[in-house]
Write a new protein. Structure first.
Length: 101
């Protein structure tokens, strides 16, 4: 999925297994956005490996399909992705229905 942070086009993954929202460290540093320090945290990646990171961007305005919302995002090395919307975002949607059949 694609969306916008300000005028920057971003690639988004919605991941119901991610407990938090994440944003690419590369994107944040390239745009020189403000990073709020946090304690170091670990994220369990594929294969069970734990990757450590720290820092977050607070109250980031994200637009997806014409809908704007604000979220906090923890910094993480996301490879080709810019943003991961996790459970903390999904929970705000309320009741939803999906048919992946």
């Amino acid at each position: 999925m694609r969306g916008y942070i300000g005028r920057t086009k971003v690639v988004i993954l919605i991941d119901s297994r991610a407990t938090c929202n994440f944003i690419s460290e590369d994107l944040v540093r390239a745009r020189d956005w403000i990073i709020t320090p946090t304690r170091s945290f670990g994220v369990r990646a594929g294969g069970g490996r734990i990757i450590r990171s720290s820092g977050k961007c607070v109250d980031v305005r994200l637009e997806v399909q014409g809908i704007e919302f604000r979220e906090d995002f923890y910094l993480f090395d996301l490879g080709e992705l810019d943003v991961v919307l996790g459970f903390s975002w999904l929970a705000k949607l309320g009741e939803t229905r999906a048919n992946w059949g």
